[in-house]
Design a protein around this ligand. Structure first.
Ligand code: ZN
Length: 74
């Protein structure tokens, strides 16, 4: 994948966490009420019970990471 900022080739890798990784417009939401937050979230990671992982691309020059959540890690 080419970086949309500088057009250089990006490094393919992964973003990982101990918990599922999701996009939300409510960054202030608390983990104490997870059931209320789900409808505003997009889950980006797969393997959420063992090793939450997102396929991602990194551009070190622009310091950007792009997550392609249409692709699930193996
Ligand atoms: Zn770049």
């Amino acid at each position: 994948m080419r970086c949309p900022y500088c057009n250089e080739e990006m490094i393919c890798g992964a973003v990982q966490s101990q918990r599922e990784i999701f996009f939300t417009t409510r960054a202030d939401r608390t983990w104490l009420i997870p059931a209320l937050a789900k409808k505003d979230e997009i889950v980006l990671s797969s393997h959420n019970w063992s090793k939450p992982t997102c396929i991602a691309y990194h551009c070190p020059a622009c310091r950007k990471v792009i997550i392609d959540y249409s692709v699930k890690s193996e």
